[in-house]
Design a protein around this ligand. Sequence first.
Ligand code: NAD
Length: 355
Amino acid sequence: MGAGIFEKIKVEGHEQLVFWLDKLANLRAIIAIHDTTLGPAIGGVRLLRYDSEEDAICDALLLSKAMTYKASAVGVNFGGGQAVIMKPDVPIESDALWWSFGRFVNSLGGRFIASEDVGTSVEDIEKALRETKFVVGLSHALGGGGDPGPVSAHGVYSGLKACVQKALGDTSLSGIKVAIQGLGHVGYALARELKVAGCRVYACDIDSRKSQVAGENLGLEIVDPQKIFDVDAEVFSPCALGGVINEDFIERMNFKIIAGSANNQLADDRLGKVLQDRGIIYAPDFIIGAGGLINVYNEIEGYDQARALSQAGKIYDKIKQILEFSEQTGVPTLEAAMIIARQRLDRVRKVRGLI
Ligand code: NAD
């Protein structure tokens, strides 16, 4: 890792980095806790094949820090954490692995609350329940919120509306053209809301079955996944994978707004400034996509979907605040969101006498 491990943790302000080895369960797991000023750390559990331990540690450190800022910015009173499990080369005995992981989480006594992430499912997380109560993102049957897609989509819809208002001065979405990339849990629910609001929705998915079903059910104009960047629409909504906003994309497209759920949309954070210079409004992904976090937060307080949807609707105000701050200060929207998140953390640290 270049610098020593303590130095690496110190640089980004992390509190704790914990390792767990269970030879019998073939489990090598890491939990990073970035900051617990606002409350216990919450974060996903990523199960991936990493090239090296260093890559796994970096992922945990990076994602836990992002979670601190996400929670702070949208007013969720939890800290930032992340777990990573290094996927072994041998077949996994799933029950043993998740029970062991549950013991790991439990050993932290509630400082870290785990939810599903890339490579893990609701069923996996529910297996860990046998060993710890510090897991969220459960199915309705177990008192959880179930699929967070609709709540995430409502957050995106609300943030997108704030962007349209800023860019076009329009308070109604009726007649606005939106191009959605990805018709999965979030993209499908978003397309449904946009159609109800009177938008003209173009959409694609690399899974042609999903495109066909969504097209027929919702009345979408389905386009080839290779052509989605060329659609003549005011809004582009990335709801598939990260990294889609690169220099080629920016050269090629004519959208006025980018507002979607995908995590880490910018191939490089510096592109936020390129978008700003070209007059394109970019809704920071970690804010507009915070509905998933809001959904699990509600689980901790006693799940009620109407309440979760109402809180996700407040992403409208948050995006509006960020766009105004960006305009007043001249900083790109991604940076504006980070500043706003940091300011809240600092205020809470002062109130709690931590600084
Ligand atoms: P999902 O896996 O249900 O859906 C993603 C869809 O994108 C799939 O249908 C897939 O076939 C499609 N896809 C993949 N590559 C594509 C491409 N190049 N072109 C077109 N379609 C493509 O995932 P999801 O839960 O809907 O999440 C979508 C994105 O939003 C992800 O980046 C996720 O990390 C992020 N996100 C999700 C939530 C949530 O609540 N599910 C919350 C916040 C952020």
